[in-house]
Design a protein. Sequence first.
Lengths: 120, 120
Amino acid sequence: MDDLTMQVWAVEALGALAHETRLSVFRMLVKAGPEGMIAGAIAEHQAVPPSTMSHHLAILERAGIVQSERESRLIHYRADYPAMRRLLMFLIQDCCQGVPEMCGDLIAALHCSPSQSQGA
Amino acid sequence: MDDLTMQVWAVEALGALAHETRLSVFRMLVKAGPEGMIAGAIAEHQAVPPSTMSHHLAILERAGIVQSERESRLIHYRADYPAMRRLLMFLIQDCCQGVPEMCGDLIAALHCSPSQSQGA
DNA sequence: TCCATATTTCGAAAATCATCGAATCGATTG
DNA sequence: CAATCGATTCGATGATTTTCGAAATATGGA
């Protein structure tokens, strides 16, 4: 994946997180762990109408930082940890290109685990 | 700074970066180092009209991730490294709250340098 | 003072985003 | 099959963002 493609994705991912409700939802999903949460529960916790929340969840999913899976009538949403790490990697590498003495050890740290695929 | 205030700021910072031109500008400023770049040069490099770029730079500055300083007729813009680290900190701590085994060592890594103030 | 330069602010048009009720879809149950 | 439940899609409205030329501001020099 070349730099430009990566940046285009980063813009979309950042945009998905750049919203009060959506950032709250993402944080909640991270805390919820691999189990994730059911759409209705997410909407209720955030006190947002289901249709509005569905819209926000779609944005997060399109940006590739959350995933959904249907289980009978319920739909589970969960944070995509590897994607989040890719985003952090992009931002940090970016940062360190110019100022390696500032956060140089972060790059190694982000390679901490080999779970590039969904580590559920 | 409590969590809610931090999140409100994070939303603004993420929103500032969630734009093709602005993310490019920020990356360019990071690479440019503490010297930063002059407004006109930024606009020219990105092939964007000065007034449009001025608007984007204002958004980045309001979000607190770039700083400006006037030097006679020129205005220097530079990336605010500590602010960027704070944003990364927020995102990573967020992430690790739920999944410490994924990127637990990142928190220590981000504390790598004590330059909480402007390290120009 | 008058002019040139660097940049910002203003203002208006176009585009995108956010919200949420109503209608629809998918799955389960009687 | 009809009813119900959980969730999404549609559609319309209002709000915000993006864009950029024209005008304004600030600085330095002749």
